[in-house]
Design a protein around this ligand. Structure first.
Ligand code: ITT
Length: 193
């Protein structure tokens, strides 16, 4: 039985990771499956270092193979904000999206380019080894919120050429093209090598 701990408290991330790796691991545990809570303060200057910190802390606490994801949204017109502060941009998804739309008020459609970045860190505590996998997705921030779906900034993240927001895709469709899906594809390839 292959067990993996996904070091996240974000249900949206967990569902995407679980869907992608369903044939690879048999059991997925996340932070809510343990009685003991592990708090990781994400105070590092890069996504990679924050993902590394989450994977190491959780993996060492439970002694199991652990995967952490640190991700964020970078908007060109906002000088790549919210970036590594994407989670702290508001206290819930609604507030974060409202703030983003407010900060972009008056910015024309063609100047709203954005990209999502995802860094995955896989940590094997018994071997003391860490591995990193990266993926990104380019698009633009829409003028208004689209249908609910996915999580986080998905309702305003528009895919180039399709007129659709990420929130309008199924989990499987999102995983085929997203920043996280691309990083997961690299992780899966690494596992099968
Ligand atoms: P964990 O640290 O517990 O994994 P988190 O939500 O705090 O969960 P991050 O620190 O990596 O995760 O912050 C990522 C932020 O970027 C968060 O606000 C997400 O909503 C947003 N985000 C990341 N990937 C996204 C995606 O695929 N779609 C929409 N928003 C996303």
């Amino acid at each position: 039985m292959d067990v993996i701990v996904v070091a996240t408290a974000n249900k949206g991330k967990l569902e995407e990771i679980r869907q992608y790796l369903a044939g690879t691991f048999t059991t997925f545990l996340s932070l809510t499956d343990f009685d003991e809570s592990v708090e990781v303060i994400e105070d590092r200057p890069t996504y990679y270092e924050n993902a590394w910190k989450k994977a190491r802390k959780v993996g060492n606490r439970f002694g199991m193979a652990t995967l952490a994801d640190d991700s964020g949204l970078e908007v060109e017109a906002l000088h790549r904000s919210p970036g590594i502060r994407s989670a702290r941009y508001g206290s819930n998804d609604r507030e974060r999206v409202d703030r983003l739309l407010a900060e972009l008020a008056g910015v024309p459609f063609e100047a709203r380019a954005a990209r999502f970045k995802a860094y995955l860190v896989y940590y094997l505590p018994r071997l003391g080894q860490t591995f990193m996998f990266y993926g990104e997705l380019r698009g633009y921030i829409g003028l208004e919120r689209r249908r609910d779906g996915g999580f986080g900034y998905d309702p305003v993240f528009m895919l180039p050429g399709s007129g659709r927001a990420l929130s309008e895709l199924s989990l499987e469709e999102k995983n085929l093209i997203s920043h996280r899906g691309r990083a997961l594809a690299r992780f899966k390839k690494f596992l099968s090598a």
